[in-house]
Design a protein around this ligand. Structure first.
Ligand code: SF4
Length: 433
């Protein structure tokens, strides 16, 4: 029985209890959200992972993606990146390798971390079609569904599957007649090529029932991929992207009714003033199915610092209801991320998720505790309250002050230290105005 099937029968599973325990919500709340299709727990009956809930009323989660490319195939480095992402505080990981022995790499990564792991099966399907037939467009339906089954069987907990790209979506793109940023989804671009070359409907759409049945068998979350997501802010919310989103929202409902946990994916690149509309559109059209956004990047000209551009967008998306945000690293658009890029990306996304949750969930208590610790110059408390206490401690220790209570920013001119002489008692007791 999948989580949504159990939830709809009124059963609280061990997975729901685990997801609730780290959230400060009741298991019954998690059950209700899953039953209504508003939350999911990435899970797999073949692998025990550290489970989190993703969805309404729950903390915004952060995903980190790793994986080899065709140019750089270093499995040890990918395992190290996966572990670094977990240590840096990622909630989930996507293993997106396209180079090397993909079955072996996936198993290695799954065995190295405790996070729930996601995948994009189209990468492996097209890679194997190229190896077997020397042409990605010769990919057969049987090979495609075999890859889905293989990845689920190995323990993948959520799978981004490009079901929403169909002939209607391509027709909309053709009629639209422009795309400033082209198609940036690897799986999406290959599937569009396959459909156009073969003159056939996308099997992941046409045989959606089969996709759902495979994932259901393992209690894996079906995340409806956004193959036509905008890869440039000027393509944000264009007709082709919205067409696919509309189809994905319809499919989310069908999948839920079949007993599968469902999630929808979104952009991509969005200017700041389009983010609210994008999130609300998805939420309204899918009856609040969990929304997974990639970034979104808020400007196209910050290469080298795209993790910051994306964190700005992710904070805004989380504020309006996005439930899972995929990190972006400083290497985005430039190179395969290394370990340091992964850590920076996770940290930036965690800040964004927290900033969004301060508004979405009213989670401001930790910030209040930090304010008081700063006012009272309690450094150990500050490190405890901070998202990155260890890093904060390292910076302070690297430039120690002469006055031990202060820091070297102002030294003996420390405003807090000076004022506390006069107001320590009253400032500590005052009520919020
Ligand atoms: S020295 Fe300046 S920056 Fe440092 S704690 Fe005091 S007021 Fe803050």
């Amino acid at each position: 029985m999948t989580q949504i099937e159990a939830a709809r029968k009124g059963v609280i599973t061990g997975e729901m209890e685990e997801a609730a325990s780290s959230e400060g919500v009741s298991p019954e709340y998690v059950r209700k959200m899953i039953a209504e299709g508003k939350a999911v727990i990435p899970n797999n009956i073949n692998r025990k992972a550290r489970l989190v809930g993703i969805g309404q009323g729950l903390r915004t989660k952060v995903n980190a993606s790793i994986g080899t490319s065709s140019d750089i195939i270093d499995v040890k480095a990918e395992v190290e990146k996966a572990r670094a992402a977990e240590e840096a505080g990622a909630d989930t990981l996507m293993e997106l390798s396209v180079g090397g022995d993909l079955d072996a790499i996936r198993k290695e990564v799954l065995g190295s971390i405790s996070l729930s792991v996601g995948s994009v099966p189209l990468y492996q399907a097209f890679k194997e079609a190229i190896e077997k037939y020397h042409d990605p467009n010769k990919l057969t339906e049987e090979l495609l569904f075999d890859v889905l089954e293989r990845q689920c069987s190995d323990g993948i907990s959520f799978m981004a599957v490009h079901c929403g790209i169909n002939r209607l979506t391509i027709e909309r793109l053709n009629k639209q007649g422009y795309r400033y940023g082209g198609l940036v989804s690897r799986g999406g671009s290959y599937m569009v090529g396959w459909m156009m070359s073969n003159g056939k409907e996308n099997p992941l759409y046409e045989k959606f029932d089969r996709v759902v049945e495979i994932l259901k068998k393992y209690d894996c979350v079906l995340s409806l991929g956004n193959g036509l997501r905008a890869g440039a802010i000027h393509d944000s919310l264009d007709r082709a992207q919205v067409q696919e989103l509309l189809i994905n929202c319809e499919l989310a409902e069908i999948g839920q009714d079949m007993g599968c946990q469902m999630m929808c994916e979104g952009p991509g690149h969005l200017p700041l003033d389009d983010i609210e509309a994008n999130v609300k559109l998805q939420k309204r059209m899918s009856a609040d199915a969990p929304f997974y956004v990639l970034g979104p990047l808020t400007t196209d000209i910050a290469a080298g610092y795209d993790h910051i551009s994306a964190a700005i967008g992710a904070a805004e998306a989380a504020r309006y209801g996005a439930d899972l945000i995929c990190y972006v690293t400083p290497a985005e658009h430039l190179a395969l991320p290394n370990r340091d890029d992964v850590v920076e990306g996770v940290r930036a996304a965690r800040i964004a998720a927290h900033v969004g949750d301060m508004v979405k969930l009213g989670k401001k208590g930790r910030d209040m505790d930090m304010s008081k610790a700063r006012r009272d110059l309690k450094w150990d408390d500050q490190y405890r309250c901070g998202l990155f206490g260890e890093r904060a401690g390292e910076i302070r220790a690297s430039r120690s002050p002469a006055e031990p209570d202060t820091c070297t920013m102002c030294g003996s001119f420390c405003a807090l230290d000076n004022v506390n002489v006069y107001f320590k008692e009253s400032l500590g007791k005052g009520k919020k105005l």
